[in-house]
Design a protein around this ligand. Structure first.
Ligand code: DP6
Length: 324
């Protein structure tokens, strides 16, 4: 049977960076995120005896390394379903493949839901999140709706993501400022392997549980200013860890710094905007919907950038549209 799923990418307010189990992708800490309405992956999967081997087409391209990761994931699905059928997978993003745009999160979330439906596995949301996590850690947060918490857990069964608020709970936006195209040089999987070499990492883990409680409380209270400040500090802490890893990882570019300084300038002028950054140079601007126009007016004056406006959205869902 053919099945198609649509999955959103997500932006983490408290980040996942580091694994205590590489293969199972068990994180060293929990994380908190929001699904993004305009970064979507659509994936159609069909398991059938007609296919002699897995046929995988992502964004109209055949990329050996990426396809291997998808094949390994399909093996896991086959193992769960006790099947040896091969599959055809066609997947498309509605956004450019750019540094740090979370394509593995939406990609593996869509693949999880489409592949399990196609092979006839009837999994709960929790089980889907666990399976997506094994494909790519952050993908487990794209399964549930809206604002999401990924529990660190101590084994595979206890490390999954759950919705903490629905998408329409809080009308904040993530406006992603994009200026770098193409793949980043160090993948987030590889970057994370270095996390323990940073002197700051231990200190981060000492504080992380408090941070997660704080951010959840600020979201609950819809306290945008304190929320934004914590989100920004968290992004800088993540990049401090990257910079102090051995060898160091530098994802930021001159344009990233220019945008960060612009955000601080705009804030000093009274515009309530904060930033966060993932494993790439592009900058995510977090603002309230009421300030969107003012912020977009400012962005339109900056040369050499594009931007994508995202509101919080639902999680991964099946659809009747098929890509083949
Ligand atoms: C910086 O989920 O891409 O975006 O599990 O190795 O596939 P793998 O890593 P990935 O890491 C995401 C890192 C991050 C922070 C976050 O999304 O929490």
């Amino acid at each position: 049977m053919k099945a198609t799923a649509i999955a959103p990418a997500n932006i983490a307010f408290i980040k996942y960076w580091g694994k205590k189990d590489e293969e199972l992708r068990l994180p060293t800490n929990g994380s908190i995120s929001m699904n993004l309405s305009n970064l979507l992956t659509t994936t159609t999967v069909e398991f059938s005896s007609r296919y002699k081997k897995d046929e995988i087409l992502i964004n109209n391209k055949i990329d050996e390394k990426e396809n291997k990761r998808v094949e390994n994931f399909l093996d896991k699905v086959r193992q769960m379903a006790k099947s040896n059928l091969r599959a055809k997978v066609v997947s498309e993003n509605n956004f450019p493949k750019s540094g740090g745009l979370a394509s593995s999160a939406s990609g593996f979330a869509a693949l999880t839901v489409a592949a399990t439906a196609s092979i006839g596995l009837n999994l709960s949301k929790e089980e889907l999140s666990i399976l997506a996590r094994i494909g790519s850690g952050s993908a487990c947060r794209s399964i549930p709706h809206g604002f999401v918490e990924w529990f660190e857990g101590n084994d595979s069964q206890s490390s999954f993501a759950q919705s903490i608020h629905p998408a329409d709970y809080w009308n904040i936006l993530d406006i992603i400022v994009i200026f770098q195209k193409g793949d980043k040089k160090i993948t987030s999987t590889d970057g994370q392997k270095l996390v323990k070499t940073s002197l700051f990492f231990k200190e981060r883990l000492n504080n992380i549980k408090n941070k997660i409680e704080n951010i959840k409380e600020l979201i609950k209270q819809k306290d945008f200013i304190n929320f934004g400040e914590l989100v920004e500090k968290e992004a800088l802490e993540l990049h401090a860890i990257m910079l102090t890893s051995d060898p160091p990882i530098l994802y930021l570019q001159p344009k990233s710094i220019e945008i960060i300084q612009a955000v601080w300038q705009w804030r000093s002028e009274g515009l309530s905007v904060y930033f966060t950054i993932d494993a790439g140079p592009n900058i995510h601007l977090i603002c309230q919907e009421k300030d969107q126009k003012q912020l977009v007016d400012k962005l339109q004056k900056i040369k050499g950038i594009k931007y994508i406006v995202n509101s919080p959205t639902v999680g991964t869902r099946l659809t009747k549209k098929y890509l083949f």
